[in-house]
Design a protein around this ligand. Structure first.
Ligand SMILES: Nc1ncnc2c1ncn2[C@@H]1O[C@H](COP(=O)(O)OP(=O)(O)OP(=O)(O)O)[C@@H](O)[C@H]1O
Ligand SMILES: [Mg+2]
Length: 337
């Protein structure tokens, strides 16, 4: 019997859903736009469109904060709507494989399970997969048989640094730094140096295009509001000024990688030395981040090709390959109360 199976990566910035029906990944902003307290106006990319542009009576927000569920109702409506889209109303009790961070409390982990169970998506079975394990598979690493794999997933609000060995997690640390922090850093530099207020979306676009502007040796042009006159203006921003600030913001990631390396048993450290560090998550693409990690650790860095989707790609492998089924586990047996 053919049935829907979904792989869910609930990111703080983007929700990614792998669907076995057509073997594809849906990726949209993990956001809602709500009016009158609880009437859903838009979700996903459509909600993001309204972000920083909506009037005060429309709340546009992220249901997840720092990697954990902040607003369960919002998160459930995002999930329910996307699942309805993907099943086109023919929902016959799908299975869900959900990626969860390792370095969170049992209660926070269980919240991911409860979320899906109570989201009105007719979940038949809910399986959990540790996010870093899924990342490893998404990077095409045979996590079950490999020893000493260091994975750094730099996302939107979080960075997860994990050491894997033989299908298990030896060490894992979740820190509250990611793309959002980089955007904030850009905003504050521009405010300080140019007296210009820019929005989060503008800062993110500047950041994403930094690699191009640098290679073309041109300055980034941004639009914002002049702090003194209050008027909308355009300014050219030299990229080296942004680079310095971003390096400073990313240094906490390098420091935490070093901390994990210091705690890694020496035999595994030797394996990590041979393989290099695996860098993934959407923010792995941040210009110069890989070089900064190389400089800070003296290790080789392998950057994922499709970094934003690596968790979802890994969940797809768990779903499709019976050899990886054992990497998923169920929380259903734990006490329901
Ligand atoms: N080319 C790029 N350069 C720099 N950053 C980028 C680029 N492309 C995407 N990003 C950043 O990647 C981040 C989103 O990555 P991702 O989807 O992996 O995060 P997430 O899974 O939602 O967050 P988290 O894992 O922290 O919960 C955003 O901050 C985005 O700006
Ligand atoms: Mg993520």
């Amino acid at each position: 019997m053919s049935n829907y199976i979904f792989g869910i990566d609930l990111g703080t910035g983007n929700i990614k859903i792998y669907s076995s029906a057509d073997d594809s990944i849906l990726s949209e902003k993990n956001m809602v736009a709500v009016v009158k307290k609880d009437t859903l106006l838009a979700y996903g990319d459509a909600a993001f469109e309204m972000f920083e542009k909506a009037p005060a009576n429309i709340r546009v927000s992220h249901p997840l904060n720092n990697g954990v569920i902040a607003d369960i109702n919002d998160m459930q409506s995002v999930l329910r709507n996307f699942i309805a889209e993907l099943t086109e109303g023919r929902n016959s009790g799908p299975d869900f494989y959900v990626a969860v961070p390792t370095d969170v409390t049992e209660v926070e982990k269980r919240a991911f399970y409860d979320l899906i169970k109570d989201a009105n998506v007719k979940a038949r079975r809910i399986m959990m997969v540790e996010k870093s394990i899924a990342d490893g598979l998404g990077l095409d690493i045979d996590v079950k048989n490999s020893q000493g794999i260091l994975i750094v997933d730099v996302g939107y609000e979080t960075t997860e640094i994990s050491v894997l060995s033989l299908g298990g997690i030896v060490l894992s640390r979740l820190i509250k730094v990611g793309g959002r922090k980089f955007d904030e850093t850009i905003r504050s530099v521009i405010r300080k140096e140019f007296g210009l207020m820019i929005g989060e979306k503008t800062a993110e676009q500047l950041k994403i295009h930094l690699a191009d502007t640098e290679s073309q040796k041109v300055e980034s042009v941004v639009y914002g509001r002049d702090i003194v006159t209050g008027l909308p203006v355009e300014r050219s921003i030299p990229s080296d000024m942004i680079d310095v600030a971003l390096e400073e913001a990313a240094s906490v990631i390098v420091d935490n990688i070093k901390l994990i390396l210091e705690r890694t048993p020496p035999e595994l450290g030797a394996d990590i030395y041979r393989h290099g560090i695996f860098l993934t998550g959407g923010s792995a693409q941040l210009v110069h981040l890989d070089e900064q990690i190389v400089r800070g650790t003296n290790l080789k860095v392998n950057r994922a090709v499709d970094s934003q989707n690596s968790v979802a790609l890994g969940l797809a492998r768990v779903i499709k390959d019976p050899g990886f089924h054992s990497l998923a586990y169920s929380l259903a047996d734990m006490s329901e109360e």
